[in-house]
Design a protein around this ligand. Structure first.
Ligand code: 0A1
Ligand code: ZN
Length: 849
């Protein structure tokens, strides 16, 4: 058991640091086992602070010397750092420390990946590099000298000079330590240039390991499009002479926005048609944009403290979502984003890990890089924009950049710019930042004397530490259709502020058919009695593409739920509606692919639980399989033709139009394979000249053969490519039959290529196990035990990735007593490990509470 409860940090305890940092000089003498870091830091008393305690964070550092104004001192080592007595006025702090990057398996601070040195400092990694006030409200300019025989030496800002075995960099923009970065390695670059709207000629580089240079062109193109877009849409130009991106294989997250030196998980930047799917290309484009957009929303304006994380993340996610919508399709992007929101954030918000978008306390900040902070955070920006309108949103953002450039800001600052621009009082809106949980929005309707009334009631279930919730402002976009499908009331904004509120539409000649929560205008769960006939009608006629798709999804969920709960057969009305969508050539293929996708088993489990039932993953899986077979049979006349029509001739291009066709083609293949024993899939596999088609075929084969399809040829073809091998590992577990999933995963852990210390490889196997619900929740409990074994093994090596993977267990209270018992036993087993990390301890404790 744990000795003492780890220390909790509270938002309400915030106080500014007693000192300002005027400038930072760092010298790195790199060596794998003994890197020396020399720091020269100019401090001055902070006139805005009263507490003059001089405390510097530092962890896992060997202090070799420390001086103040040139005189050696002996600091006092305290928990998490050191303290020293310092002069009353400005002074120079100098220290030398030793660290061992080669031994750093946690991938936080300075570490090594594939022979190169790299850093990850967000959120609190800089303190593993040297002693420093490692908090985001301390901003300073950095000058960095790197001494190493590695050929490429990079840091933030602009290059000052380089020679044999050294390079110097200077970043003129004050920044917090979490944006510091250093890279040293044997790297090659894909170079380009970009001229900003201000006329600055910027050198652009993507640095990769030799052999990967052919996988950079798409990322570079995405970067240039992002730079242009931020100028055109937000008026934001890049502000240094060079922008570097580096790909590393060992990385805990997707990528990191270090000033002028973004570091990427190689899976989020390297792309080629042969090795990357369309989904990979789209994700890479979005992440490149996301990190680039942070240059203004995150770097130029940063967060005062880590409780304000959503200030940079919610806004930057919102911006990257806008970008993808502009580059591709707004409708498809919105549906994809809502699928992610429901699949990850609603799941989180409705379980033991629920927390506000701006949390009020934490033990380990790394545990709060969550779907709630990122995805729900982005929804809050979208709601604000809907409420104030596009013009006021633009004005507010201009004011935000003007007012807070160079500052470490708060959510209060953010909301104040909207208040100042619009004159609105946003205090009720602010509840979205402080109250956790997904609001339920119940809808009632009445029609009398030509007046149609919609009455909404909102309620938010209790979440940990928040038993009672106040009503929030909910922007509800509504349109009305008549029974011919004509729109009689175009999209209108209803602004709900009370717990129960009615809105009237007058002068109607007949009862309309409502389309409610268009474009998913608020992150809520809509509860409305509706018939499948009405859903099919909206699927056919709604002019709002999101709600058109939503109607089809609601229909499918209703059909599946009845199959699971009442043993009903697949509803022919649903199958008819599906046919109409499939053959409607006026619809974008990407949209059709989404509309033909079946709701996930996880989604059904959550829905059943919400309706007060106990989901049985095995039954859900069986019903999903039965429905998929029924869908294939219902569409069988159409499938071969549709498959042929979606063929994209010529060389592969990752553009949205071609990708949409391939998405529909692969969806059709999935259905077709259920009828032709995989014949078309084998043909597609043999003919494929790109990964989208090759993997699509393999997934279809694995699905129909319940995970037993031959994957050896794929392995032989791709064994030298780490990123493709992640797909090979992942797909086998994702497609495994329920009773075989844990064993498939276990067998893969014995494979010579299972490098479990690499987060991508670990996630390929165990992330896929956790997202195969019938497999993970198999009644034997084998999935739970296997994951727990491996979390226990990974924790001492990489606490951050271990802790993140614990969320696989977050839905445990949904399930029956037997499963709950099995999971509890595993959670307790993990918690009882001696020396368990703070990260994992916090996660398991919260899940168990
Ligand atoms: N700020 C990055 C994500 C990130 C967060 C934490 C990390 O280490 C703990 C690494 C990256 C982003 O939003 O892209
Ligand atoms: Zn981010």
């Amino acid at each position: 058991m744990k000795d003492a409860a780890p220390q909790k940090i509270y938002l309400s305890d915030y106080t500014p640091f007693g000192y300002r940092v005027e400038e930072v000089h760092l010298t790195f003498r790199l060596a794998p086992e003994a890197t020396r870091v020399l720091s020269r830091i100019r401090f001055a008393p902070n006139p805005e602070a009263t507490d003059r305690r001089f405390f510097l964070h530092g962890e896992q550092l060997k202090l070799l010397s420390a001086r103040i104004d040139g005189a050696p001192i002996t600091p006092r080592f305290v928990d998490g750092g050191l303290e020293a007595d310092v002069p009353d006025g400005p002074f120079l702090w100098e220290a030398e420390v030793e660290i061992a990057p080669a031994k750093n398996t946690a991938l936080e601070g300075l570490y090594m990946s594939g022979g190169m040195y790299c850093t990850q400092c967000e959120a609190e990694g800089f303190r593993k590099i040297t002693y420093y006030p490692d908090r985001p409200d301390v901003m300073a300019t950095f000058t960095v000298r790197i001494e190493s025989d590695m050929p490429v030496l990079l840091s933030n800002g602009n290059p000052l000079g380089k020679g044999a075995g050294w390079a110097e960099w200077h970043d003129p923009w004050p920044k917090p330590s979490y944006l510091f970065a250093l890279v040293a390695g044997d790297l090659v670059n894909h170079a380009d240039r970009f001229t900003t709207m201000e006329g600055r000629d910027v050198e652009l580089n993507i640095w990769v390991r030799p052999g990967d240079e052919g996988k950079c062109a798409f990322g570079m193109d995405a970067l240039k499009r992002s730079m242009k877009w931020d100028e055109e849409v937000y008026g934001r130009a890049y502000d240094l002479d060079i922008f570097n991106i580096v790909a590393v294989d060992d990385f805990n997250m997707g990528a990191m926005e270090n000033k002028g030196l973004n570091i990427f998980n190689s899976s989020c930047v390297l792309a080629s048609p042969e090795t990357s799917t369309d989904a990979n290309f789209e994700r890479i484009e979005a992440i490149i944009a996301h990190e680039y957009f942070h240059n203004w929303t995150g770097n130029r304006i940063t967060c005062r403290d880590w409780f304000q994380l959503c200030l940079k993340e919610g806004l930057t996610v919102f911006r990257d979502q806008q970008f993808t919508g502009d580059q591709r399709s707004h409708a498809v992007k919105r549906i994809d984003d809502v699928l992610t929101l429901r699949g990850r954030q609603f799941r989180e918000d409705n379980g033991p890990l629920a927390h506000p978008v701006r949390p009020e306390s934490f033990v380990e900040i790394n545990n709060f890089y969550t779907a709630t902070v990122y995805e729900k955070g982005a929804e809050l920006i979208g709601m604000l924009k809907t409420l104030v309108g596009d013009a006021a949103y633009k004005e507010a953002l201009d004011l935000y950049f003007r007012r807070h450039d160079g500052q470490a800001a708060t959510i209060e600052d953010w909301l104040k710019v909207f208040e100042d621009v619009t004159g609105r009082d946003l205090s009720q809106f602010k509840l979205w930042y402080s109250q956790a949980g997904t609001p339920r929005l119940k809808v009632e309707e009445a029609f009398e004397n030509g007046t149609y009334t919609l009455t909404f009631t909102q309620s938010t279930p209790p979440t940990p530490g928040q038993p009672v919730k106040d009503p929030k402002v909910i922007p509800i976009l509504v349109g009305l259709l008549d029974d011919t499908g004509a729109e009689i009331q175009p999209t209108t904004l209803l602004e709900m502020t009370q717990e129960r509120q009615s809105f009237c539409f007058e002068g109607l000649s007949a009862r309309p058919i409502p389309s409610i929560l268009r474009n998913f205008s608020a992150p809520v769960i809509l509860q409305r009695e509706s018939s499948n006939a009405e859903r099919a009608f909206l699927l056919a006629h709604d002019t709002d593409p999101f709600n058109k798709w939503e109607a089809g999804r609601a229909l499918a969920k209703d059909v599946l739920t009845r199959m699971i709960c009442d043993g009903a057969p697949a509803d022919p009305a649903y199958l008819d509606a599906l046919q109409r969508v499939a053959r409607d050539d006026s619809l974008d293929p990407a949209f059709r692919a989404l509309a033909l996708r079946q709701p996930s088993e996880e989604d059904i489990a959550q829905t059943l639980f919400d309706a007060g039932r106990t989901p049985d993953p095995a039954r859900i899986h069986d019903a999903a399989e039965t429905l998929a077979q029924a869908r294939a049979e219902a569409l069988q006349d159409l499938l071969p033709r549709l498959y042929a029509e979606m063929h994209v001739p010529g060389p592969y291009s990752p553009d949205a139009k071609a990708a949409g066709k391939r998405a529909l083609q692969n969806t059709v293949l999935g259905l077709l394979s259920r009828l032709d024993s995989g014949e078309a899939a084998r043909r597609q596999y043999a003919a494929a000249d790109n990964m989208t088609m090759q993997l699509g075929a393999l997934a279809s084969l694995l699905t129909i053969e319940r995970g037993r399809a031959e994957t050896a040829a794929f392995y032989d073809q791709w064994k030298a490519d780490r990123l493709v091998m992640d797909k090979w590992f992942g797909l086998q577990v994702a497609c495994a039959a329920p009773e075989a999933a844990a064993e498939t995963a276990r067998a893969l852990t014995e494979h010579a290529d299972f490098d479990w210390k690499n987060p991508n490889r670990f996630r390929a196997v165990f992330g896929s196990l956790a997202t195969n619900p019938a497999g993970f929740h198999h009644e034997s409990g084998a999935g739970y035990a296997l994951l727990a074994d491996w979390l226990i093994r990974l924790d001492p090596v990489n606490p951050q990735t271990t802790a993140r993977m614990c969320s696989a267990f977050e839905t445990w209270r949904r399930y029956d007593a037997d499963r709950q018992g099995l999971i509890r036993a595993q959670l307790e087993r993990i918690l009882n490990q001696p020396g368990l990390s703070r990260d994992t301890t916090e996660m398991i404790t919260r899940i168990l509470e």
